[in-house]
Design a protein around this ligand. Sequence first.
Ligand code: DAH
Length: 343
Amino acid sequence: MTVVELKNKAKEAIINCISLEELKEVYNQYLSKKGEVSGLMSQMRNLPNEEKPAFGQMVNDLKNELETLYKNTLDHLNEEALNQKLEAEKIDLTLPATNFSVGQRHPLVMVQRELEDIYREMGDSIVEGLEIELDLYNFERANIPKNHPARDMQDTFFITEETLLRTHTTAIQTRALEMFAPNLPIKVVCPGKVYRKDDDDATHSNQFVQMEALVVGHGITLADLKGTLELLAKRMFGNTRTIRFRPSYFQFTEPSVEVDVSCHICDGKGCSICKNTGWIEILGAGMVHPEVLKMAGYKDPTVTGFAFGLGVERVAMLKYGIDDIRHFYTNDSRFLKQFKKFD
Ligand code: DAH
């Protein structure tokens, strides 16, 4: 085969390669050490000496030319292989994404935070206590001594004779008083879970959330309590709300009052929610009993304070028209999702 014939044949073979495997074979056939181009050199022996340099040069040129063509084809095929791989691995961004449902705050947490914000704007700090509490702080420091009949008002889960699951956030109040004494003023709000040996029904649960507020200083009066509660009622239930006090009894306050808010559903005219009275009872309150202050370390009789405690579930139920307290604890997403718009 002449040099020209070999050149044409090899060029065509390289150009026609459509895969890297084919190209490798063609390379072996023509350009490897034992390939046909090297084979041409063996013809050199038969040539007259004067033709040898020109022939050698021709074969070298051919080798260079074919190698360049081989290299270009190799690059081209490599690029094509890469493109094919990229194409195969392409992610289809037009596929619809998996739907993750985003959670939201629990309605009780929402109401708790809302209440805390109102207190915080009034300058209160938040104090938390212990769910497993000493009899001392839950009862005795709240002026409910051992064997006092007032203990019957709060059916208690006792753990030992001296420890219990706190029955009210008043236990945080007595702890806060001791913690701050003898400093003044005290302005705190105490949220927390409380426990009662109650039978569960639509309005009772053996575990619920309370929030206590406590303000102590020189010359704090019942009027301060009323002003604070009026603001709270308006913020929680609307600007036209008014409140009223009814005399009541708690061991840890003197005087004690029950507080009603004018009904936010019927604007005080009377409806089924307020049992046609126009008023809804929301919390217990009073002036901190002098004995409670004294036991915590405030001996000065001019130091006075008010306190109140409310049930967070009750406020949430009234605010959102929820008719069964058990909805808060069963975590039914159909119930919980309805509060997304308020979050
Ligand atoms: N501790 C009371 C209860 O659980 C609520 C309460 C009433 C708290 C009057 C107070 C208060 O701070 O002054 O029923």
